[in-house]
Design a protein around this ligand. Structure first.
Ligand code: DAT
Ligand code: MG
Length: 149
């Protein structure tokens, strides 16, 4: 099964949206593998967002993502990376479809509620940044036989 790294960003933690957001992934049928509330150290944020270094929004992105606690999570499921990106919506919340997390809760790209890995390779890298292997829970759910064919 594919795993993805999701992170509820500081704005959504402050706004009390963690429960509603987690519920969407649970109800979809994805499986929660790991979860940790943490304030990201600046160096870790720079590693995570390394691909954006040099872009005009980079400094504000690092300041934003380190401005308060984030809820770091690993979720698992068939095609989990793309399924979660679909649930999140487009990067710019003004272009995200209603019904998506960013479409329902966000207003601007610079404060856009949630992060999700963009490929299985990114997911492996990002999970490794935020979690130790022993922090990932391996377990069976009886529910899965009603979720998958
Ligand atoms: P995504 O988070 O959808 O994977 P991304 O990887 O292109 O999007 O960018 C990472 C984050 O950087 C994004 O969630 C918000 C911020 N960002 C991207 N483009 C931006 C822009 N043009 N202005 C302000 N912030 C931006
Ligand atoms: Mg991205």
């Amino acid at each position: 099964m594919e795993q993805t790294y999701l992170m509820i960003k500081p704005d959504a933690v402050q706004r009390g949206l963690c429960g509603e957001i987690v519920t969407r992934f649970e109800k979809k049928g994805l499986k929660l593998i790991a979860m940790k509330l943490m304030v990201i150290p600046k160096e870790t944020a720079e590693t995570h967002y390394g691909e954006h270094k040099g872009k005009k929004f980079y400094d504000s992105l690092i300041a934003y993502i380190t401005s308060g606690p984030v809820l770091a999570m690993v979720w698992e499921g068939d095609n989990a990376v793309q399924v979660c990106r679909n649930i999140m919506g487009k990067t710019n919340p003004q272009e995200s479809a209603p019904g998506t997390i960013r479409g329902d809760y966000g207003m601007v790209t610079g404060v856009n509620i949630i992060h999700g890995s963009d490929s299985p390779e990114s997911a492996k890298r990002e999970i490794g940044i935020f979690f130790k292997p022993e922090e990932l829970c391996s377990y069976d759910r009886t529910l899965d036989k009603w979720t998958y064919e």
